[in-house]
Every structure is written in structure tokens, then in C-alpha cells.
Ligand binder design. Structure first.
Ligand SMILES: [Zn+2]
Length: 118
């Protein structure tokens, strides 16, 4: 089971980048869920910093701490954006993105047991 999950890690990670913001929008922004989901999904553009890396995509590379928009100071800014109503959805989308990327890194390094979530 774990081998199969590990094999699908990349795809699961991508699906979570859609499903988690959708769930957050649905649960916490009910009447505005479509707008909330659209804004949070748009924050996926933060991965544009991958274009600066060579190779652009490397499945076993941890993006946290490597790509410029996935480092400490930008992540701190994303947290601050959550504090203001006008930027909250952008901040929330970015924070969710960073948490999912960090989770992927931990999974990759086997520092979390994914099966324990099931
Ligand atoms: Zn990312």
C-alpha cells in the first residue's frame, strides 16, 4: 500500500492543491465559495518561481526553502496577508499551498507516515 502511495505522491500532491482550497472555500466561505476557491486556486501561480530552477521540475526536490517564493520571508508575508480582509483569500491560498508543499517534502523524506492518516 505504501509503495503504491509513494508511486502516486506527485499526483496526490497536485490533487490536494485543488481539493484542499475547495474544501476550505466550501466549509468556511459558504455563500462566496466560488470566489474564495477561484482566488485560492489562482495563488498556485506562486509556483512560477519554479521557472528559475534548473531543471524546472524535479519530482524529488523539496520546494520549501529552495524556490525563492517558497522561502521564510515570503511565507511570513503570506501569513500577514491572512490578517487583512482584502488580502485574506490570497494569503490563505498561499499558506495552504506552502503547508501542502511542506507536507510533500516530509512525505518525500519519509519523516511522516502517510498511512497514519488513513
Ligand atoms: Zn509550490
Amino acid at each position: 500500500m505504501m509503495e503504491l502511495l509513494n508511486e502516486w505522491r506527485g499526483q496526490i500532491h497536485l490533487v490536494l492543491h485543488v481539493v484542499v482550497p475547495l474544501a476550505v472555500a466550501w466549509i468556511f466561505f459558504q455563500a462566496l465559495w466560488k470566489k474564495a476557491f477561484s482566488v485560492m486556486l489562482t495563488t498556485m501561480l506562486v509556483d512560477i518561481d519554479h521557472l528559475l530552477a534548473t531543471p524546472i521540475y524535479q519530482p524529488d526536490r523539496c520546494s520549501i526553502g529552495f524556490h525563492p517564493l517558497h522561502t521564510e520571508w515570503p511565507i511570513l508575508l503570506y501569513c500577514i496577508l491572512c490578517a487583512f480582509p482584502k488580502t485574506r483569500l490570497i494569503g490563505l491560498g498561499l499558506v495552504i499551498h506552502m503547508i501542502l508543499d511542506a507536507g510533500d517534502c516530509m512525505w518525500m523524506k519519509q519523516t511522516i507516515n502517510v498511512l497514519s492518516f488513513f
